[in-house]
Every structure is written in C-alpha cells, then in structure tokens.
Write a new protein. Structure first.
Length: 271
C-alpha cells in the first residue's frame, strides 16, 4: 500500500478512539477537580482554617477556568492521537505486555516519568514567564490570581500543547507501558488540583524537615499565582531551591498557615 493510502487508513482506524480519549482525559479532570471543589468549597471540610488567601474566587472565574480546561483536553486528545498515529510507524517505544520488562521496570519508569516532568515543567514554566511568552502563552493560567480546583487545566491552547509534549518526549526516550502513563496522568491531576485548591493540607513539620520540604506544597504554588514570580516547581521544590527561585517568604508563610489552629478561628468568630 502506498504511503498516503496507508496514512489515511491509520487515521480512519483512530477515528473511533477520539471520543474515548477525550472522555478519559475530560473525566479525569472533571472527577478530581469536582471532588476537590465539593470538599473545599461546598462541604464544611476540616481544612477551612487552612485557607491560603483570604479572598474567594468569583463563580465567573470557575466558568472561565472550566471552559479553558475543556479546550486543554481537546489539545491533549489531539496530541495523543498524533502520538498513536506515529506509533504505527514505530516512532515511540510503547509496549503492551508488562512481562516484557517486568513490574520493577514499570514502577521505575513511572517514577522516572514524574521526575522528568518535574524538571521539564520547571524550565518550560520559567520560560513561559519571559515577557514575550507570558503574554501569548501563560497569561490565561495566571488570570486566576486566587486559584481553585478548576484552575488545574486552565491553560491557553499553546500552554496545553507544551504540557502535553511530556508524554511523547518520554516515549521517545524509553519504553513506556500504558499503565505507567495512566498512573502518571492520575498522579499529575491530583497534585495539580490540590496545588490550586486554595487550602493547605500538608502538616507543619514538612516545612522544617530538610528532605520533606522538597515536596511541593499547595501554599507554594498558590504563592506563585499571587506573586507571578518565584515557585516555578511542580511536584518538588528541588529546582526552585537549586536555582534560587523559592519565594523569600515561602517558608515563613507555610509555617504560618500550617500552625493555625481551628479552635482559634471558632474563638474569634464567637467574640
Ligand atoms: Zn506561572
Ligand atoms: Zn497554577
């Protein structure tokens, strides 16, 4: 079969998968952002006294974030389809049978994907904060100065494209199993939704422990939305500490928020 006919055939084979890929990506976002929204914004949850910013986001912001997130899912779906297409030509190192590389490799490769994404996110994020790219690519995400769970995928289509490239990049470097991708995608949305939740859930001792303070907190990313500078990290603060981009007030702010006591709030309210 000639190249064009074969390409057309491959594309037609992918058509039935379009709604499935879209729905998986969309439901992943909607489910986790929805659960976080219910817990933090509807339900009287136990972390109320841990609110990072005093003000609340407006409902009109939630709608805008949701619509941009749907557009991001369209971009993710498109990238996945292109990857699937090129996979047919042997460009990506996906494998189906876990036995081919074993469970140990599956776990290690999942951790490696998250590690590479952490590094990739830090540098692409810093780049997006340069004047030219900020206006054209990253501003949409920063319109949410008070982030909410719905901010998780609220990106311009260009920014969504940059984030989605992590999947083809890792699949070009080493063999990736779909289960590793699923775990990675679930982990990233949970972390992403929590980082934008507007509440801190981590214990105070994490901020003083030399190792655990390298885990990114919700306060850390929330401060990024407030200051527009500093705290560019995703899962860890490793790169921020290494390259001197941790917010000067971060450790103090984290300590203040996590040292609040619920009783104090109740006392203040009853006075
Ligand atoms: Zn940013
Ligand atoms: Zn953000």
């Amino acid at each position: 079969m000639c190249f064009h006919k074969q390409l057309f055939q491959y594309m037609m084979d992918l058509v039935p998968q379009i709604p499935i890929i879209f729905l998986i990506d969309f439901l992943r976002y909607f489910l986790f952002a929805g659960i976080a929204f219910l817990i933090f914004y509807i339900w009287k949850h136990p972390f109320q006294y841990r609110k990072i910013q005093e003000k609340n986001a407006k409902p009109s912001q939630f709608r805008k974030e949701f619509l941009y997130s749907v557009s991001s899912v369209v971009v993710y779906t498109s990238v996945t389809l292109i990857v699937f297409l090129f996979r047919k030509y042997g460009y990506f190192k996906f494998y189906e049978r876990i036995e081919d590389h074993g469970w140990g490799y599956l776990i290690l490769s999942t951790i490696l994907i998250l590690g590479i994404q952490d590094f990739y996110f830090y540098w692409t994020h810093r780049l997006m904060h340069t004047r030219w790219l900020y206006k054209r690519v990253h501003k949409v995400h920063h319109d949410s100065v008070i982030p909410s769970p719905w901010t998780a995928y609220s990106f311009s289509p260009w920014e969504a494209l940059i984030h989605s490239l992590i999947m083809p990049i890792v699949a070009l470097i080493f063999p990736v199993h779909p289960l590793a991708l699923m775990i990675f995608m679930t982990f990233q949305i949970i972390r992403n939704v929590l980082g934008h939740s507007g509440y801190e859930i981590f214990p105070s001792w994490m901020g003083t422990n030399k190792i655990l303070k390298l885990v990114n907190s919700n306060t850390n990313h929330d401060m990024h939305h407030q200051s527009f500078r500093y705290n560019y990290g995703l899962y860890t603060t490793v790169w921020d500490y290494l390259f001197g981009t941790v917010h000067p007030e971060y450790e103090k702010t984290f300590a203040e928020i996590t040292s609040k006591k619920p009783e104090k709030i109740e006392l203040q309210e009853s006075i």
